[in-house]
Design a protein around this ligand. Structure first.
Ligand SMILES: [Zn+2]
Length: 54
């Protein structure tokens, strides 16, 4: 699986957390992130906030 925060693969022997994500349509999805503090990538893959403009 892929870590939603850093967009890197989570290995089978690495701990991870599951994060419930609810889309605008109401359809739920489960995201996975590393338990360790990985570096977030400056992309739109992590839907925590919307950054309008630059
Ligand atoms: Zn990660």
């Amino acid at each position: 699986m892929i870590c939603t925060r850093c967009d890197q693969p989570i290995r089978d022997d690495e701990p991870y957390e599951t994060v419930p994500h609810y889309g605008a349509s109401g359809a739920g999805a489960t995201l996975h992130v590393h338990v360790r503090a990985c570096d977030p990538v400056p992309q739109q893959t992590y839907p925590s906030r919307y950054r309008g403009g630059v």
